[in-house]
Ligand binder design. Structure first.
Ligand code: 2IT
Length: 444
């Protein structure tokens, strides 16, 4: 089996040289689904997996804009329309200096499986730019978003491709991009999710990724006869996902002792609760991309340049970015008594870390754990189509049902070993629905 996967990966690597994050994401899926793929000649004959690894369309474009000093700036914009077998392309837009085609391809590839798991009719896509919002003025961000949309508008639409936020893209950026789309098309339509509440957004969307992650962890814990209450959590990041997770963990009686940023991590032994959670929003809005001010404000430890995985916790939830937890971090966590890791970031752990964690403790991957975000995006699309808004309770209820379904799918396809293999469960569970749709739709 290993030789066949290696052959498959070698051929992929030859066609996509240098795209290491993309290769990492595909390798994980290939290893999970290989046996299943081999047992189903209809998939193999139709080269379903090979086709899934080739985006249906990739758009790359110049994004010129003028900064506050009158200087011309040039960034690169992307939209990777990966797979539309089960619905319009759906996935976020990332603005970050590290954005490359490889990163957006890994994200778009994973999004296809994640969206399939949500039970909602959404294909997979991802977009973004190497533009960094850090330290930019509001005017600069608006002009960049408008220039970005001046090209992207011709490729997206409510039944074609529906972007949303991701790292560096929140309510403000979605607003600017949606506004420009509406101006160019002369059309008020559900072309973006993560919109403001007064203009087509859904309640709970900002909280959804973090809430969903904690609902998913709660199901994992239930199988172990445990609960969120009384447990200590280490979290990385301090953005939208971390904020939602910290809020829900507090509500359910858990304690969060860390958050982190590119500058280091904060250790708060009393727990990040109450006003401290609201302060996370202020930190994020400051556009500085640092967490140190938290330690100054609340008089707690700040460790510069380090990740939070050396602190003692029961459960760790990476909420920042890809490959933020490596095998040494994984070993530190396990050594200090951590017994569950759930990725809320996309591909938050390196392949070696995933292997180590799966061997030693319970582990669940981002495409299952963080699917609550895109799920509520799907619910936002539904509400937009109905021209109606559901209440907070209604959206939250649906989110909880979806996270339960995703967990059940993981258990269904990931059982058989000494622990549930959530990676295998999520990958096969996500694969089947897309594969069946691709089969039914012919060679397209
Ligand atoms: O990674 C993700 O699932 C997201 N950034 C959210 C995508 C969406 O369309 O809401």
């Amino acid at each position: 089996m290993k030789a066949e996967i290696n052959e498959f990966m070698e051929s992929l690597k030859q066609r996509t040289p240098g795209e290491k994050e993309f290769h990492q994401a595909v390798q994980e899926v290939a290893e999970s689904v290989w046996d299943f793929y081999m047992q189903n000649p209809k998939y193999r004959k139709n080269k379903i997996l090979e086709r899934m690894c080739e985006p249906e369309r990739t758009i790359i474009f110049r994004v010129p804009w003028v900064d506050d000093h009158g200087e011309v700036q040039i960034n690169r914009g992307y939209r990777v329309e990966f797979n539309s077998a089960i619905g319009p392309y759906k996935g976020g837009i990332r603005f970050h200096a590290t954005v490359t085609l490889s990163i957006l391809k890994f994200l778009g590839f994973e999004q296809t499986f994640k969206n399939s798991l949500t039970t909602l009719p959404m294909g997979g896509g991802k977009g973004g730019s190497d533009f960094s919002p850090k330290g930019k003025s509001d005017g600069e961000i608006m002009r960049f978003c408008q220039s970005f949309m001046n090209e992207l508008f011709r490729h997206i639409g409510p039944d074609t491709d529906v972007p949303a936020g991701d790292i560096g893209v929140g309510g403000r950026e979605v607003g600017y991009m949606f506004g420009q789309y509406k101006r160019l098309r002369n059309e008020f339509t559900g072309v973006f999710t993560g919109k403001g509440i007064g203009w087509g957004g859904s309640l709970i969307r900002p909280e959804a990724t973090g809430f969903g992650a904690v609902y998913f962890v709660r199901h994992m814990l239930k199988r172990l006869g445990k609960d969120i209450a009384g447990h200590t959590f280490a979290i990385s990041g301090f953005g939208n996902v971390a904020w939602g997770a910290v809020s829900k963990i507090n509500e359910l009686g858990g304690k969060v002792v860390t958050i982190s940023g590119p500058d280091g991590y904060v250790y708060d032994p009393d727990g990040i609760s109450g006003d401290k959670i609201n302060y996370m929003l202020e930190l994020r809005a400051s556009n500085q991309d640092i967490v140190e001010p938290y330690s100054k404000k609340f008089g707690v430890k700040f460790v510069p340049g380090k990740k939070p995985w050396v602190e003692k916790c029961d459960i760790a939830i990476p909420c920042a970015t890809q490959n933020e937890l490596n095998v040494d971090d994984a070993a530190d966590l396990v050594k200090n008594g951590c017994w569950l890791v759930a990725e809320a970031s996309n591909m938050g752990c390196t392949a070696e870390a995933v292997e180590y964690l799966k061997e030693h403790i319970d582990f669940a991957p981002g495409k299952a754990v963080n699917a609550g975000g895109v799920s509520v995006s799907g619910l936002e699309m539904t509400q937009n189509s109905m021209r109606y808004n559901w209440s907070r309770e209604e959206v939250d209820q649906r989110l909880q049902i979806i996270m339960q379904d995703i967990h059940e799918t993981c258990v269904k396809f990931g059982s058989g070993g000494k622990r549930i293999d959530y990676v295998k469960g999520a990958n096969i569970g996500g694969f089947v629905k897309v594969a069946e749709a691709m089969l039914a739709q012919g060679i397209v």
